[in-house]
Design a protein around this ligand. Structure first.
Ligand code: FDA
Length: 393
């Protein structure tokens, strides 16, 4: 049976970065993955350009039952460390918005870079290898796969979360955690579009493709970004962000005109142009098609402003500045970018990612209960947790 210092399960962002880091320390490393290609999620991320980190990444951009857990890894391997690696490989990149860094050319550059790093570090990446079982015997881990059994002194679980099963996501990481006595906190889809109630879905499907800048908020978070109407409901950055803070049954407040106090703006307009219809007035600030859809949902009359009462203005203003949208649900793991919850951080070392229950076992990346906002934060967690683990295994 071939023996390695370290076996990493998962040739994704965290696993590859960890493997190279450990390899450079002289460790013999084997990375196993059932996929045909390494880093499949990296390849499709950021619309094919991979939003590989965020210049402003900090612990506040992460959700976790223990918000302090991610601090150590994020401060020991920062966005600037990963940017330096990208620069070392001559990969051109740019800031799109809000500190989000994307490849100029293609996400393939990032996968190529990680594979080159593994190669230079002597870490072997073995694809098309299904992990069937893992057990620990005499301080070694035996990993039984479709290509034979391998043993290692250290085992790193880097097989990600449940989002996008068509890209190879499986629950293996959570199963291994439970097998070795870990608590897995409830998982759910994050950074995911909302589906709408039947009537709203039908009306807003008419304006599918339309995007507006909004502020989406609830009691726990608020995000000022774009919202996109789709055939199934609503999406776009503002919605994906707030979805990670949403619980089924709750409403989300959408401010469709975050720069405008609609109640006073309507009163002003009534004085200036009393004969203007309410719908036309709203079209001063919002696309006509959206006003039509909202008028249908909220049943706004198209009366002249002069004939509208202050109460009517206040009602319309509330529906625009604090639209209470109650999603029907989410699109689920099929389209979610991440999985919230996962391996409980209380049972892991924040400095090394090693299990406090089972020596020599490590969990990194998305399988851990640390989930970033949209905008490069999830890859940064993969790089940071992968690096600190690679320094320790
Ligand atoms: P990752 O999912 O990358 O890797 C896990 C690996 O384990 C995979 O290669 C998989 O094949 C393998 N595996 C799973 N089960 C296995 C099994 N049973 N046996 C063997 N191997 C197994 N983030 C960001 O910061 N910027 C962005 O632009 C995007 N964009 C984006 C777009 C889309 C469409 C998605 C779905 C996600 C993103 N993300 C993102 C999130 C980001 O992709 C994600 O957080 C990281 O890839 C997580 O890295 P991991 O290495 O933990 O898992």
């Amino acid at each position: 049976m071939a023996h390695y210092d370290v076996i990493v399960i998962g040739a994704g962002a965290a696993g590859l970065h960890c493997a190279a880091t450990a390899g450079y320390r002289g460790k013999s490393v084997l990375v196993l993955d059932h996929a045909k290609q390494a880093g499949k999620k990296i390849l499709i991320s950021g619309g094919g350009r991979c939003n590989f980190t965020n210049m402003y990444a900090s612990p506040e951009n992460y959700l976790s039952q223990n918000p302090h857990f991610c601090k150590s890894a994020l401060s020991r391997y920062t966005q600037w460390d990963f940017i330096a690696l990208v620069q070392k490989h001559g990969i051109a990149y740019h800031e799109k918005t809000l500190g989000q860094l994307f490849c100029d050319d293609s996400a393939k550059d990032i996968v190529r870079m990680l594979l080159q790093e593994c190669q230079q570090a002597g870490a072997k990446v073995q694809l098309r290898t299904e992990v069937l079982a893992v057990d620990s015997q005499q301080q070694n881990y035996h990993v039984t796969t479709s290509a034979g059994t391998y043993s290692a002194s250290k085992l790193v679980v880097a097989c990600g979360g449940l989002s996008m099963p068509k890209l190879g996501a499986t629950p293996l990481g959570y199963q291994l955690a439970e097998q070795f006595g870990h608590t897995v906190l409830p998982v759910r889809a994050g950074l995911v579009p909302f589906t709408l109630q039947p009537q709203e879905k039908e009306v807003f499907a008419e304006i599918s493709g339309l995007s507006v800048d909004v502020e989406a908020s609830n009691a726990r978070a608020h995000f000022k970004e774009a919202m996109l109407f789709t055939h199934r409901g609503v999406s776009g950055p503002a919605i994906l962000q707030i979805s990670s803070y949403w619980l089924p049954g709750e409403a989300v407040a959408i401010n469709l005109l975050p720069q405008t106090n609609v109640a006073s703006a309507l009163r002003e307009l009534r004085q200036q142009r009393p004969k203007l219809g309410l719908h036309s007035a709203l079209q001063e600030w919002l696309p006509k098609r959206l006003v039509t859809s909202l008028s249908e949902i909220h049943q706004w009359p198209n009366a002249n402003l002069a004939d509208c009462s202050n109460n009517r203005f206040d009602e319309v203003a509330a529906q625009l500045n604090a639209w209470s949208l109650r999603p029907n649900g989410t699109e689920g793991y099929r389209t979610a970018e991440v999985t919230l919850g996962g391996v409980d951080t209380d049972e892991l070392s924040s400095k090394t990612m090693e299990s406090k229950r089972q020596p020599g076992l490590y969990f990194i990346g998305e399988v851990v209960d640390v989930t970033g906002w949209l905008g490069g934060y999830n890859f940064q967690w993969a790089w940071s947790s992968g690096w600190v683990c690679g320094q320790s295994v």
